[in-house]
Design a protein around this ligand. Structure first.
Ligand code: DGL
Length: 264
């Protein structure tokens, strides 16, 4: 799969990113790895997340992908500033997410939602302030969001009650730009918009990474695909009927060419 772009997430949430990239780049093939067997990464230590991350990136590297995209925010915090992995261009979601949020914001206030690991790393706040020192950043860990998504509790009153608790300060302090710093959170978009102030802008990883890849293609750093047809391959470290249904549902209407279980 030499012509493919590798995407890595801790689970199926990153399919939101795959779907977005597949839509933006209809000629390109993608190999997605979801480390479902070890999900969640968001409550693990930095050492463990880095170890798991390296194993997944190594796996994709062996498949000879032409670029590596870390969709997982928790894992991205471990690779800040790293532009390649063993010679292959490496993208993470945090730095581009910060740039996109600053461009989108109409004031100097940006809120960040993420897993405990992402928020504990302070990566978003640090980079936002490097890029614009006067920016006010409010970071909020939302550890219950990932299991709610995994259980399919979307557009759900229970999810919205929990969201109301997590988003209290963001609403009270009138933050109008919110980075969804986790692959799962775009799936909660409707629930979050029910709770946030009208007009709040949500910054999503899929759009952010599409822009980054576009720049790599435009600058010639990444060759565009030239095969007759593209393929979407989804490889996960655990496979059950539930995961299979969820994967097909999340990717719809895009169809997955290969869905298989792998050993890292
Ligand atoms: N993929 C993770 C992230 O974007 C969320 C799920 C997890 O905790 O592993 O941070």
């Amino acid at each position: 799969m030499q012509d493919s772009i590798g995407i890595f997430d801790s689970g199926l949430g990153g399919l939101t990113v795959l779907k977005s990239l597949a839509r933006h780049f209809p000629q390109e093939s993608f190999c997605y790895v979801g480390d479902i067997a070890r999900l969640p990464y968001g409550n693990k230590s930095p050492e463990t997340i880095r170890k798991y991350g390296d194993q997944v990136l190594d796996f994709l590297h062996r498949q000879q992908v032409k670029a590596l995209v870390i969709a997982c925010n928790s894992a991205s915090t471990m690779y800040l500033g790293e532009k390649d992995f063993k010679g292959i261009p490496l993208l993470n979601v945090i730095e581009p997410g910060c740039r996109a949020a600053l461009e989108a914001a109409s004031d100097d206030k940006i809120a960040v939602l993420g897993t405990s690991a992402t928020i504990r790393s302070g990566a978003y706040a640090r980079i936002l302030k490097q890029l614009r020192p006067q920016v006010e950043v409010l970071e909020q860990a939302c550890p219950l969001f990932v299991p709610l998504v995994e259980e399919g509790m979307l557009n759900d009153e229970v999810t919205q009650t929990i969201a109301r608790r997590y988003l209290t300060h963001i609403c009270q302090q009138r933050f109008k730009t919110v980075i969804l710093g986790c692959t799962h959170y775009p799936l909660l978009r409707q629930d979050l918009l029910q709770v946030l102030e009208p007009g709040t802008q949500l910054v999503e990883s899929g759009d952010v990474l599409a822009r980054e890849l576009q720049q790599l293609f435009a600058s010639g750093q990444l060759p565009a695909a030239h095969g007759p047809s593209r393929s979407l391959k989804v490889q996960i470290t655990d496979l059950t009927d539930h995961f299979e249904r969820l994967a097909l549902q999340l990717m719809s209407p895009e169809s997955i060419g290969v869905l298989e279980k792998i050993v890292l």
